[in-house]
Every structure is written in C-alpha cells, then in structure tokens.
Design a protein around this ligand. Structure first.
Ligand code: FES
Length: 539
C-alpha cells in the first residue's frame, strides 16, 4: 500500500485493489482564513482525480472542498459514505454530480473487491458538522486507520478491528478557542497553553490505544495568510499557540517513548511493505526541514502568492444588502420555537455585535430583535459582512463558515456553553430536530408523550423529530410529517421501515386489545405506507 499526502488530512491511497482519495482540500476555507500547510499547490489534480473510491470524513471545508471535487474529481467515482443519521453529505455530493455511493454502517467492515473498508462514525451534535468519522482500510497486506480529526469513543471496537500498520491522526488545533475570546492576556495564554498540551496528550492517548506500528500526523494545522490572522500561526514553537506543527508532535511522541512516527508533506509518500514503512519526500530533506525551521520565511512567500486572492475574496463579501435583524428573525425564530432543549441549555441572550445592525438572539423569550443596549450573556463581535454572507448564502452551519474563520471576537458572562455553538450548526428544521432529539435522549424522563389514547415516545424513531410538533394521528396511525414515516399506535410497528419501532403503550389496556384486533387499522396502514419518503433518505 502506498499512501501519498496531498496536504492537511488529504491522502491518496494506492493499493493492488484500487485507490482511495481521502479529504482532498486545496481551496482556502472559511472566508479565506485557512490554507493547507505546507502548501499543496504542486499536487497534480489529474493524477488523483479518477480514484476508485472517494472518502470524505466529514463536511468541514478543510475536508470537503466542493470546488475541487466539482472541477477535478470524476463523478464516476464511488463514494464511501459514513453512517450519519442525516443525509447531508450524500446530498452535497449528489449536488456536485456524484451518483455512486456505498452506504457503510458504523464499525461494520465492507468488502469491496479485495479492499476492506470500515468507517467509524461519530454522530453527536458536537461531532464535527453533525458527524465526523475515521476510516480503516485493509488491502489484505496492510491495514491503516485514517482517524484524521475524529474522536472515536468505542476504542475496544477499534482495537478489535486491528492490528494496524499505520495510524494517521490530528494532533493540532482546529478551533477558535481561546484566541478569539476577550479574556485578560494572562488568562488567555494560560488557556491556550493548556489547550495545546491537551491536544497533544489526547493524540498520544489515541496513538497508544490504536497502537499502530507507524504513526503519521495529519489533518493540521492549517496556516493563516491574511494579515488579520497571520499571528495565529505557530511561528516559533510558542507553548501558548494551539497550532503546533507536525514536527512538534513527532518530538512529543518520541519524548513519550513512541517510536515509528513519520512526518509527511504534500507529495511525500509512505510505502507500507513487509512490516516496514518507507517515506520519500518530493524535495531534498533539508528543504523539507526548512519549511518548519524557517516557517516565517516559508509563510511569508506563501502569503505573497495568495494575497491578491484573499483581497479579491474580501472585496466580494456582501455589504449593505441585507437587513440583518429582520432576516435573522424570520430565519431563527421558527427554529427557536421548536428548540426546547437548546433554549433551556443556552438559557440566556446572545448578542451578534455587528455595528448598526447589532442583533439579539434571546433564547429565553425565543425572539430575535435589533439590539437596543439590553444585557447579554454571550456576545459575538464581528464584521456585518460575514453575517450578510451567511444570510445571502443560507449557510445552515455557521461553524463551518463563520466561526472556524476565527474572524470574530467572543465574550461571555459565565462558563462555556456547548448549546450556544451547537445552535449555529443546526439552522434548518431538520438539523435542529436532530439535535433536539439527541439531547432529549440524554434525558430519558422527557421522552414520553400522551398521543390520543396512547403514551408514545416523544421523539420520532427515524431522525428524532419532536412528535408533539410533527406528529399527525389519523385512524390509529401516527405520521411524522418531517419525512413522512408512519407508525401503528396500537403495536408500535413502523410502516415505513422494518428496522425501527415506536415505543407505544395504551393509556387504557382494553383499547389496545380492540385496536390490535381491528383489520381496518392494518389495511389502512399498508395503504399509507407508500406515501412516506423512502427509508433510504435517512442514510
Ligand atoms: S424524523 Fe424523519 S420521519 Fe420523523
């Protein structure tokens, strides 16, 4: 097996049984904030553009680059899809013209003409953009785990799927915390130092658990080439910078007694053969080293090449085209209306502080309105152009556009609140319903609902929509109107798919006996089965 780094988390894997293109990222992401480091401009897109399989770990734009996929990757390629509850990735790829998909199941190996692929999918609202994953690839001779930036929890299952020859994983920061926070400098430095240490320690834990022969740092850090953000780069191995590079992690591994670490740059190849891993670089060793030892000069050159593109992109951001408070009111208030758990979780007011159009999102009153100086618990200070851009483009996940750009300032009165940022990645009915259902499952008591003569689970067994809002009952059949799945109240039987059931119990047992005995109920149910969207829409 030959694995070539194509930059950041991107890998081009060649085997005797076909090739896999993983997470190709070439175009600047997040409002021109992130660029691949080191640069991958010398990778030939034609060479990697017709792989046997395409694997995208998740939809963050440093892993999912729609422009590159659209322009350079054959639409004949078969896509390996992680087992995500919402079909967001499949939809995005269908929009780009891809038609061939392998729907994997979490941690279940799939045989593909000599290759065995197993994808570990993480699906909590906090995991990436509502889903993150890692892939185990086995060509019969070599087995690697491309963990990239996922955080798998079932380590026993991972171990059972081993042993591994190679382990590719993230070790550096990919977040805005704590740099954008308005903390006193000393506190910010202390938090950043801790964050840097935690990231390295977490990666070390995974390295120890997975216990591969060879470890290859990947999936970061990015570099920041805009003048406004250039100071985020870890130029001098600053212990208070959350973006340490590959060389720092490899030294950290060695200090902790882990041998077998290898650093790749774009174009480097790791060949796994007979229990060995041989690395070749696309340039002499001393030039590879200089990228990291003289990073300031390397990034200054890189910046000079990208400057005009960054300026052009910034000039294209919409300004003065949108009434921000009313647009957000029309967009967010219907979502807040159905976001019980989120609103309880945030339990405060969030100010989008963008100058004259400053807008308050009040999670307690579930209202969005122009800010008139009211108190807030959370404040995000940002350029109104970024919000206008999110509105004009209808971005459903602001983490995956705005927040990862690091182009904002954050302030809060109180501790970190996960619900705040999660809200901004669930900006459609489908997304908020999924997150709400997920939260509700953590609080089992909240789950039952009195539905006519039955006590039923409140969350739809399909994708967790709140049935008190989306459920419609007719002739003993509960229809969840979010995707049209149907359930027989008397039995809990799902009429749309065989792999789900609705927990349902009669408030009056005598009625249950009558309902089950009724032939009309079942016949009517079968007739309605075809009206629902196909089960495949959820995968
Ligand atoms: S969540 Fe899809 S039908 Fe209910």
């Amino acid at each position: 097996m030959r694995v070539t780094s194509i930059g950041h988390a991107g890998l081009f894997i060649e085997t005797r049984h076909g090739s896999v293109l993983c997470d190709p990222w070439f175009n600047a992401a997040y409002f021109e904030s992130w660029f691949p480091f080191p640069s991958n401009r010398d990778i030939d897109p034609v060479w990697i553009g017709s792989p046997t399989y395409l694997y995208l770990s998740h939809l963050h734009h440093d892993h999912f680059d729609p422009r590159f996929l659209s322009e350079h990757v054959s639409k004949e390629t078969t896509v390996l899809l992680p087992d995500y509850p919402l079909p967001l990735m499949e939809r995005a790829l269908v929009d780009l013209g891809f038609t061939r998909f392998v729907h994997t199941r979490n941690l279940e190996p799939v045989e593909l003409d000599g290759l065995t692929v197993t994808i570990a999918a993480a699906v909590a609202p906090t995991d990436g953009p509502l889903g993150d994953s890692g892939m185990i690839l086995d060509d019969g001779e070599t087995r690697i785990f491309d963990q990239n930036d996922s955080r798998p929890l079932d380590l026993d299952a991972l171990t059972a799927l081993g042993p591994y020859d190679g382990h590719f994983l993230q070790f550096s920061g990919a977040i805005w915390y704590p740099m954008v926070y308005r903390f006193p400098e000393a506190k910010k430095s202390m938090l950043a130092r801790k964050k840097r240490e935690n990231q390295l320690q977490r990666a070390l834990r995974y390295v120890e658990q997975v216990d591969a022969e060879f470890v290859i740092p990947s999936a970061g850090p990015p570099c920041f080439l805009d003048d406004d953000l250039f100071h985020f780069n870890d130029l001098d191995r600053d212990p208070t910078n959350i973006f340490p590079d590959q060389t720092v992690f490899l030294e950290f591994l060695a200090e902790h007694g882990r041998e077998g670490g290898h650093g790749l740059i774009p174009g480097s190849t790791a060949t796994f053969e007979d229990g060995a891993c041989t690395v070749t670089h696309p340039m002499p060793e001393d030039e590879v080293r200089a990228i990291f030892t003289d990073k300031r000069a390397y990034l200054a050159d890189y910046k000079a090449r990208e400057e005009s593109g960054i300026a052009a992109a910034k000039a294209s951001w919409p300004r003065g085209q949108v009434d921000i408070p009313s647009s957000l009111r029309d967009w967010f208030e219907p979502l807040l209306e159905q976001a019980d758990m989120t609103c309880i979780g945030v339990n405060g007011r969030l100010l989008l502080d963008c100058g004259e159009q400053a807008t308050m999102i009040d999670f307690q009153a579930r209202r969005v309105y122009p800010w008139r100086g009211e108190e807030w618990e959370y404040r995000l200070g940002l350029d109104p152009a970024l919000i206008e851009s999110c509105i004009v483009n209808g971005y459903e996940d602001w983490i995956n556009q705005l927040f990862l750009s690091c182009r904002f300032e954050a302030e809060r009165r109180g501790p970190f609140n996960e619900y705040v940022y999660n809200f901004f990645k669930t900006l459609t009915e489908e997304r908020i319903q999924y997150a709400e259902g997920y939260y509700a499952e953590q609080f089992q008591d909240e789950q039952m609902w009195e539905c006519g003569d039955y006590l039923v689970q409140r969350r739809c067994p399909h994708l967790k929509a709140d049935l008190t809002r989306f459920g419609v009952v007719e002739d003993g059949i509960l229809t969840c109107t979010l995707h049209g799945w149907q359930f027989e109240l008397a039995t809990g039987r799902c009429l749309t798919s065989d792999d789900r059931r609705l927990h349902s119990e009669p408030l009056d047992p005598a009625r249950l006996a009558k309902a089950v005995a009724s032939p009309e109920g079942a016949a009517g149910a079968e007739a309605r089965r075809d009206l629902a969207e196909p089960a495949a829409s959820s995968r």
